[in-house]
Design a protein around this ligand. Structure first.
Ligand SMILES: [Zn+2]
Length: 199
């Protein structure tokens, strides 16, 4: 059963097989008629089963969710295409969205590395084993862009978007100023004195 961390705010632990990270924290906030899902897991069956199972236990229908993605990494983004329908509202940030819009596959990266002397076959082998390659997604739904200081109101919570470039160019956290907690994605890994909900 997903853990209720704050009222109406739940954590679903999504397993990340073969990864030293072990699992991803996906957060679900129940609202009135709408529900918000934050981050998804990899595009693989184990993640899908865990996430759908968690939503089922929370009695949340997939058609009622909106999805916020903190950043463009496969363990947060990869399952998005399996969860979103054509009418699902998906919130994302502009810098990471531009990477998707301009994506030309891995070949430019391989060519660039080869120019600088990196063995091409070694890089191809590494990429073929990378979760972003194996468990990413080809299809991307239309996304609603949120910028720094934009807000998402859901149920009893009102979140402020805080752009935290570094981990990715557009990584964005959600801060709840009244309740004073931060949904941190991968921006902060662990900081026990403060109520930070890590990804
Ligand atoms: Zn990440």
């Amino acid at each position: 059963m997903p853990e209720e961390i704050y009222p109406d705010l739940f954590r679903i632990k999504v397993p990340l097989p073969e990864s030293p990270l072990k699992y991803l924290n996906s957060y679900v906030i129940k609202g009135d008629g709408r529900n918000l899902l934050i981050d998804t897991g990899l595009n693989r069956e184990e993640c899908k089963q865990a996430l759908l199972g968690g939503l089922y236990q929370l009695n949340i229908d997939l058609s009622t969710i909106e999805i916020f993605i903190t950043h463009l990494h496969a363990d947060h983004f990869g399952l998005l295409a399996s969860l979103a329908g054509p009418d699902t509202i998906v919130y994302f940030n502009r810098p990471d969205a531009e990477i998707i819009e301009n994506w030309q596959g891995f070949e430019p990266m391989i060519r660039y590395a080869a120019i600088h002397g990196f063995p091409e076959e070694t890089l191809r082998t590494a990429i073929s084993q990378h979760p972003g390659y194996k468990y990413g997604t080809d299809w991307v739904p239309e996304m609603s862009i949120l910028n720094d200081k934009d807000r998402i109101d859901i149920g009893r919570y009102s979140f402020e978007c805080i752009e935290t470039p570094g981990h990715t160019q557009g990584h964005t956290c959600l801060y709840e100023p009244d309740k004073k907690f931060l949904i941190a994605g991968d921006h902060i890994r662990y900081y026990p004195e403060y109520p930070v909900l890590v990804g």
